[in-house]
Ligand binder design. Structure first.
Ligand code: F6P
Length: 536
C-alpha cells in the first residue's frame, strides 16, 4: 500500500483508452486540461488524464502536504534535513523580502551583494574595470554543475540582449576544454570568474589554476583579472583574489538552484544588470503564482502531477524535454541536473527504502533537430516516452518570421502525430498508391504504422525574453519541488555524487604509478594498467 494505489487502480481502468477519444467526448478538453499564468500556457490535454485522474492527482498533492512544505521552504525552514540547511534560492529573485534564518534577517547582506554585483558588472561592461591590455573583451566563467549549467543555459537564452563582452564557459577537467577556450583569447583583456559554491571542486580549482598560469605568462598581476563567487570566502582569499571582486552567498542556495545568485555574474555582465533583473523578476512572478494559485490552476503543481502520472503511475522511465527554441539548446542539460540531482534518490526523508520509483531520466534536444535524430524511437519504438514541448508564439527575427511559423508548425505537428498516430488501414492505402500489392503491401504497410496515443504536453509562451526565461526556470524548479514532496524525498542534497569523486582522487596516483591500487577490482586495475602502458 502506498499513496499511489488509487491512481494506479484508476490508470489500470483507463489503460486501453485512446487519448484522442477524450477529445471526441469533450469538445472543451483543450481548455479544461490547460492552465495559464502571466501569458504562459501549459497544455496537458494530450495525456490520458481525465477529470477523475486529475482529481486523484490533486488529492495526492494535498495529502502529501505540498502546500505546507512549500510554505516551509519560502519561510526559511531547514527543509534540506540531511545537510541541515534552509532552501532559499528564491530570496535572490525577491530581494525586497525580509527572510529570517536562525533568527537573523538574511536579506540586507543579500541586497548589498546584489548592489556590488550590479556595480561590478557595469564596470566591466563600461570599461571602468580594465585588464592590463584595456577594456575587457572576454569573460571566462570557470565552474561546473550548477556553477556552469545555469549561466551557460541563460546566456544563450538571452542572446538577443547580449551586448557585453564575449562569454566563455569552462567546466570539464579534461584539459582540452580550458586549452581550446583560452587558445583564442588575449589574457590582457580577459576576465576570469571562478564560480564555485564550495571553492573545493577539483575540476574548477584545477582549471582556475591553469587559467592563472596562462594569465601569469602575459599579465603582471594575474589575479587582478580574476573574480570569484563562492560561499567560502576564506578559500577565495587563499587563491589570491582581492575581496572587492569576491561575491559571497550563503549555503541555503543549492548549486543547481544558484543561477539567480552571484553565480549568475557572467550572465549579468553579458546582458547587463537591468536584463538580469528582468530574469529575476520572471522567477519572482512564478514564485508568487506557485505560492498563491489553487493547485488545479497552479502550473508547477500541474507539471509535477503530469510527471507523477507518467512516471510513478504509468511507469514511463524517461521524459523528453523538447524546446522548439534554438536558444534553449542547453535547457535539457540544465534540467538534467536540476531534476536528476534533485529527485534521483533511493530513500525517503526518514531513510527508508522507497517502495516506488523516484525521478525520471530527463533528456532532450531542441526541435526541429531532434526530429531528424531520435524522434523515430519516440514515434515507433516499443517504449513510451512522454514528451514535453516548449514553444514561443513569436521569434526574435522579424525578417525570418516565416521560419518561426515553420518551427511552430513542426512543434504542433509532432504532438499531433504522437496523439493521432497512423492506422494500418491508412498505411495500406499509402502503400497501395506507391504500387505495392499482396503480401509485400502488407509487409510495407506494417512498417508505416504509427501507434499514436503517446502523451505529450506543451508549454506555450509569447516570446523568449529574460522575464519569460525566469518564469520557465522557476516553473521547473518548483515542479521538481512538488514531485520531491510527493515522493517524500529530500530534493536538495546530492550524496550520490560523492563516491565517484572520492574514488577518482584515490585512482589518480594509481594512474600515475605512485600507488598500487590495493583493494581495487580486477577490471579497474587492468584498465589503469593499460592506460599507464599506453601513456608510456
Ligand atoms: O557534483 C555535484 C556538485 O556538488 C553540484 O551539486 C554542484 O552544482 C557542482 O558539484 C559544483 O559545485 P561547486 O559550485 O561547489 O563547485
Amino acid at each position: 500500500m502506498n499513496q499511489f494505489d488509487d491512481l494506479i487502480a484508476h490508470a489500470a481502468g483507463v489503460q486501453g483508452r485512446s487519448i484522442l477519444s477524450l477529445f471526441d467526448a469533450d469538445p472543451h478538453r483543450a481548455g479544461a486540461f490547460a492552465a495559464e499564468y502571466d501569458g504562459m500556457l501549459f497544455d496537458y490535454s494530450k495525456t490520458n488524464i481525465d477529470a477523475t485522474g486529475r482529481g486523484l492527482l490533486l488529492d495526492l498533492a494535498r495529502k502529501a502536504g505540498v502546500a505546507e512544505k512549500r510554505d516551509a521552504m519560502f519561510s526559511g525552514a531547514k527543509i534540506n534535513e540531511t545537510e541541515g540547511r534552509a532552501v532559499l534560492h528564491t530570496a535572490w529573485r525577491n530581494p525586497g523580502a525580509e527572510i529570517v534564518v536562525d533568527g537573523h534577517d538574511v536579506m540586507p547582506a543579500l541586497r548589498e551583494t546584489l548592489a556590488r554585483l550590479h556595480a561590478f558588472a557595469e564596470d566591466v561592461r563600461s570599461g571602468r574595470f580594465r585588464g592590463q591590455g584595456g577594456k575587457i573583451t572576454d569573460v571566462v566563467n570557470i565552474g561546473i554543475g550548477g556553477s556552469d549549467l545555469g549561466p551557460v543555459m541563460a546566456t544563450l537564452a538571452m542572446a538577443p540582449w547580449h551586448d557585453g563582452p564575449r562569454t566563455h564557459f569552462v567546466s570539464n577537467v579534461d584539459g582540452a576544454h580550458i586549452h581550446d577556450t583560452l587558445a583564442v583569447l588575449n589574457p590582457e583583456t580577459t576576465l576570469v570568474i571562478v564560480a564555485s559554491k564550495t571553492f573545493t571542486t577539483v575540476e574548477t580549482m584545477t582549471n582556475a589554476e591553469a587559467a592563472r598560469h596562462w594569465m601569469a605568462a602575459r599579465v603582471t598581476d594575474p589575479t587582478a583579472q580574476f573574480a570569484a563567487i563562492s560561499t567560502a570566502t576564506d578559500r577565495t582569499e587563499a587563491f589570491g583574489i582581492a575581496h572587492e571582486r569576491v561575491f559571497g552567498f550563503e549555503d541555503w542556495v543549492g548549486g543547481r538552484y544558484s543561477v539567480w545568485s552571484p553565480i549568475g555574474l557572467s550572465v549579468m555582465i553579458a546582458v547587463g544588470p537591468g536584463h538580469f533583473d528582468e530574469f529575476l523578476a520572471g522567477g519572482a512572478a512564478m514564485d508568487r503564482h506557485f505560492r498563491t494559485a489553487p493547485f488545479e490552476a497552479n502550473l508547477p503543481v500541474l507539471l509535477a502531477l503530469v510527471g507523477v502520472w507518467h512516471n510513478q503511475i504509468l511507469g514511463h522511465a524517461t521524459r523528453a524535454v523538447l524546446p522548439y527554441d534554438q536558444r534553449l539548446l542547453r535547457l535539457p542539460a540544465y534540467l538534467q541536473q536540476l531534476e536528476m540531482e534533485s529527485n534521483g534518490k533511493r530513500v525517503s526523508m526518514d531513510g527508508a527504502d522507497l517502495p516506488y520509483n523516484s525521478g525520471p531520466v530527463v533528456w532532450g534536444e531542441p526541435g526541429t533537430n531532434g526530429q531528424h535524430a531520435f524522434y523515430q524511437l519516440i514515434h515507433q519504438g516499443t517504449r513510451v516516452v512522454p514528451c514535453e514541448f516548449l514553444i514561443a508564439a513569436e521569434g526574435h527575427e522579424p525578417n525570418l518570421a516565416h521560419q518561426h511559423i515553420l518551427l511552430a508548425a513542426n512543434c504542433l505537428a509532432q504532438s499531433e502525430a504522437l496523439l493521432r498516430g497512423r492506422s494500418l488501414d491508412v498505411a495500406r492505402e499509402i502503400c497501395r498508391k506507391k504500387g505495392f500489392s499482396g503480401a509485400e503491401l502488407e509487409r510495407q504497410a506494417r512498417h508505416r504504422v504509427f501507434p499514436g496515443n503517446r502523451p505529450s504536453t506543451t508549454l506555450l509562451y509569447p516570446k523568449l525574453t529574460p522575464f519569460t526565461l525566469g518564469q520557465i526556470v522557476a516553473l521547473y524548479e518548483h515542479r521538481v519541488f512538488v514531485e520531491g514532496a510527493i515522493l517524500g524525498i529530500n530534493s536538495f542534497d546530492q550524496w550520490g555524487v560523492e563516491l565517484g569523486k572520492e574514488l577518482a582522487m584515490a585512482l589518480a596516483p594509481v594512474l600515475e604509478g605512485t600507488a598500487d591500487g590495493a583493494g581495487k577490482d580486477g577490471s579497474t586495475l587492468a584498465l589503469a594498467a593499460r592506460i599507464r602502458a599506453l601513456r608510456g
